[in-house]
Write a protein that binds this ligand. Structure first.
Ligand SMILES: Nc1ncnc2c1ncn2[C@@H]1O[C@H](COP(=O)(O)OP(=O)(O)O)[C@@H](O)[C@H]1O
Ligand SMILES: [Mg+2]
Length: 145
């Protein structure tokens, strides 16, 4: 190929929403939530310069809405995954690392999620790829039909 593939070709996004899910209602700031998910998608792109498939999935448990953004790219080592899980400031540390940084992606995602009383978890798949799930409690008064 003589030209760079377009961003849609290089980073196809699959939206895998549970079919039983009609509407998700949480009390939140739409722009911030959009930014959080955007940051996760941007991470899949910036950490996979050769491209990857990105999957965004929304589902509902009895008590939570869960949104997972994952990719089938290079992923992270077990060691890094452990650091991301246990050391929040690791995400914003800019000393002692030689890796290029693209802003405060996961830290900001975490702040947005916690501001909405949610939680964030990281995982990787055996065959590689990175996965982030953000979960929000279902408000008791939201009975949307
Ligand atoms: N989609 C991903 N694929 C592989 N590694 C990732 C991905 N998202 C995040 N990471 C890892 O988590 C670290 C923290 O992410 P982030 O806070 O967004 O910082 P940055 O993207 O600026 O490096 C990254 O440096 C990278 O090692
Ligand atoms: Mg980032």
């Amino acid at each position: 190929m003589t030209r760079d593939a377009g961003i849609e070709e290089k980073y196809p996004i699959e939206w895998n929403t549970d079919e039983a899910l009609t509407a998700c209602v949480i009390n939140g700031d739409k722009e911030l939530l959009r930014r959080a998910i955007g940051n996760l998608i941007t991470n899949s792109q910036t950490h996979n310069p050769d491209g990857c498939t990105i999957s965004v999935c929304a589902r509902k448990s009895d008590t939570e809405y869960k949104i997972t953004v994952e990719d089938n790219g290079v992923g992270v080592t077990d060691e890094k995954l452990e650091k991301l899980r246990t050391t929040p400031h690791y995400m914003m540390s800019d000393s002692g690392t030689t890796e290029p940084r693209n802003g405060l992606g996961l830290l900001i995602v975490g702040q947005i999620v916690y501001a909405h009383k949610g939680t964030m978890s990281f995982d990787h798949k055996k065959q590689g790829g990175f996965s982030v799930t953000i979960s929000f409690p279902i408000p008791k008064d939201s009975q949307i039909q």
